[in-house]
Design a protein around this ligand. Structure first.
Ligand code: SAM
Ligand code: SF4
Length: 323
């Protein structure tokens, strides 16, 4: 079991397989973004597999493929297959914007991805276009139907709730997800990068109470539900999670770190602390060297983010960290 310096068990990794994306969501990647990592700095599949095998030997259990848009990484199903087969890894999931899900749902499912998070902020075509800067709603909905048909164990819809932009989309999203047994998760915008700071923060606590009344929902516990607090329908078929890093932070239960495409291990989404693994991986190191560095890195994981106290401090954008 791998514990950080505060005794928290770290068994979950978000792995950014690319920092590129086909969208430019207003809260994430700036239009005209030029700060991409050079491709020779990207960890290869062999490097990722080796590092995560060592991590799994220490107690890593769950991996989420993310980015940027992860399906843009060439041969992603091949990487998924290799990671799903690592001893100790019992859960492989994917976060995607869904634009290419119709094409990738089947190969990723066959490669061992069992759970999907799909980002979707509205069911209004024009609004999605204005948030993402591309007219992608029809293809995302088509991708979601393909994923349903493929029989993924769980499909969650991630919706960033923004004051003045998507606050009046929430009820339609609840109905859409209820009808399809998708788990809906509303996310407060985080001040990650200038885009995140200017996205229109919406406090989700009053929204939660309104939805409880309107849809007759009750408090619920969802196994493996992560940091979200859930409401469920009385028959348990519909679940809605509220990810509230700003109004009600959940750092004391944090169980995760993030590996950037360049081999930087980010220890907290809301802090700048990171540890470079690429140099060590490319220096002819032993697995024992990797193990020692992983232990030291996790020991240095910060206690909590300071999104409220120091909202200006994170200059990197979410797509660069692996949100
Ligand atoms: N491209 C994939 C996607 O959109 O799902 C994976 C990467 S994306 C960075 C992962 C998640 O981060 C998405 O659900 C997105 O909505 C969320 N996200 C991006 N910027 C955010 C911000 N400033 N605040 C809160 N969530 C954000
Ligand atoms: Fe791309 Fe995902 Fe960021 Fe949107 S949220 S710009 S889809 S990485």
């Amino acid at each position: 079991m791998l514990l950080d310096g505060f005794g928290r068990r770290i068994d979950y990794l978000r792995l950014s397989v690319t920092d590129r994306c086909d969208l430019r969501c207003s809260y994430c990647m700036p239009q005209g973004f030029k700060g991409y990592e050079e491709t020779e700095h990207w960890l290869s599949f062999d490097e990722i597999e080796r590092l995560l095998a060592v991590f799994a030997g220490l107690g890593l259990k769950r991996i989420r493929l993310t980015g940027g848009e992860p399906v843009l990484r060439k041969n992603l199903p091949e990487l998924a297959r290799r990671l799903a087969a690592l001893p100790g890894i019992d859960d492989l999931s994917l976060s995607t914007n869904g634009t290419q899900l119709a094409k990738y749902a089947s190969p990723l499912r066959r490669a061992g991805v069992t759970r999907l998070n799909v980002s979707l902020d509205s069911l209004e075509r024009e609004r999605v276009r204005s948030i993402c800067k591309r007219d992608v709603l029809p293809q995302v909905l088509e991708g979601l139907e393909a994923a349903r048909a493929e029989g993924f164990r769980l499909i969650k819809i991630n919706m960033v709730a923004m004051a003045g932009t998507t606050d009046d989309d929430i009820d339609a999203m609840v109905t859409y997800c209820m009808e399809r047994c998708f788990v809906l998760r509303l996310i407060e915008t985080m001040p990650v990068g200038e885009t995140g700071r200017s996205a229109g923060y919406l406090d989700l606590l009053p929204v939660r109470e309104r939805l409880r009344q309107r849809f007759g929902l009750v408090d619920g516990v969802v196994p493996g539900g992560g940091p979200a607090r859930y409401l469920v329908s009385p028959d348990g078929r519909f679940q809605i999670g509220f990810i509230t890093p700003i109004s009600q932070h959940f750092c004391e239960t944090c169980n995760r770190v993030r590996l950037g495409v360049d081999g930087s291990l980010h220890l907290c989404l809301g802090q700048n602390d990171s540890v470079d693994f690429r140099t060590l991986l490319r220096s002819g190191c032993t697995d024992a060297d990797l193990e020692e560095k992983l232990r030291a890195a996790l020991h240095a994981k910060p206690w909590r983010h300071e999104f409220r106290e120091r909202p200006q401090q994170i200059v990197r954008v979410m797509s660069a960290t692996g949100g």
